[in-house]
Design a protein around this ligand. Structure first.
Ligand code: PMP
Length: 307
């Protein structure tokens, strides 16, 4: 359990970071958030935050969509997060949740002329998806939120009702997760993950205009696959039926990390076990994210003094 939160400009005990039931963000979903992982590296006795700066840059872009003007830069938010993690003193993997929202206690649906609140908290964290080595996914009957309705490129709290509908429909039907289609019927992403498949020996992932979140793990995997495996990623629209016939498929995200999909709507890929490309990418990703590959150390911010 977390002991502290950054709230109203200072680090306070977590029990003091509370809001009213009348809070605008709670009633109308007028907020946005981030999800960041910190990995404990036992050998180096260090906690590394993965792609801290990039997460706060995306956070500020989400804020911009919602007319939330925070008095901090991405770098300052990163510094606050490091201070918070030092106070927690974690020696295990953790998850960090920055959250900005409209804090007024009023009735009225709008984004302008309201008070912006900021909270950052963290919690020890293990797996997001239990079946990371072999998920069975379906194609959701729900559609992904459209850019002209609720922009998916912003991590907007209210938009996560879409993700929750997608995930619960899948899990309650016996699947581990679902892929969701965009308004044109092409694959968009998972409920809280980006999607990749292997076709004809190279990687394919939906383009930004398929109403996806501009995933930071997605970006990392595109770079790692090219640099470490010589694998190019094509960003293009993906038909539903291509997912049934591809060689391998996987999900990427801060929570899910790199999770193998082994079956789509009862159609297994090959033997129904994790494929070689996904298996190798998982190794490469964990080495980079957990601070074990010096080539990618610039992605890992140490929390504790190096002395
Ligand atoms: N899509 C959605 C809808 C998500 O919530 C997430 C998790 N943040 C992702 C994709 C993956 O993004 P990232 O790799 O930046 O965590």
């Amino acid at each position: 359990m977390a002991q502290y939160a950054f709230f109203r400009g200072q680090i306070v005990p977590i029990n003091e970071a509370k809001v009213s039931v009348m809070t605008h963000g709670l009633n109308y979903g007028t907020g946005c958030f981030e999800g960041i992982r910190a990995y404990w590296n036992e050998e180096q006795e260090q906690l590394f935050v993965f792609r801290l700066q990039e997460h706060f840059e995306r956070f500020l872009r989400s804020c911009r969509i919602l007319h939330i003007d925070l008095p901090y830069s991405a770098t300052e938010l990163g510094q606050i997060t490091l201070e918070l993690l030092r106070r927690e003193g974690y020696q295990e993997d953790a998850y960090i949740r920055p959250l900005a929202f409209k804090g007024d206690e009023i009735i009225g649906v709008k984004l302008h002329d309201l008070t912006n609140e900021l909270a950052i908290y963290s919690t020890p964290f293990g797996r997001y998806l239990e079946e990371e080595e072999g998920a069975h996914v379906c194609i959701s009957s729900w559609r992904r939120v459209d850019d002209n309705a609720v922009p998916a490129r912003g991590k907007i709290t209210g938009a996560y009702v879409n993700s929750a509908l997608v995930n619960s429909a899948a899990v309650l039907s016996g699947y581990n997760e679902a892929l969701v289609l965009d308004q044109h019927g092409h694959i968009s992403e998972g409920s809280a993950e980006n999607f990749f498949m292997v076709r004809h020996g190279h990687l394919v992932t939906p383009p930004l205009h398929s109403d996806i979140l501009e995933g930071i793990t997605r970006d990392s995997i595109i770079e790692l696959a090219l640099e470490e495996m010589g694998l190019k990623t094509e960003q293009r629209s993906i038909d539903r039926s291509e997912v049934y016939i591809c060689e391998e498929a996987f999900l990427t995200g801060t929570g899910v990390q790199v999770a193998a999909i082994v079956k789509v709507e009862h159609r297994p890929f090959g033997s129904g076990e994790m494929g070689p490309v996904v298996a190798r990418l998982r190794e490469i990703y964990f080495d980079a994210a957990q601070g074990r590959n010096s080539k990618y150390r610039h992605w890992c911010t140490p929390v504790y003094d190096l002395g």
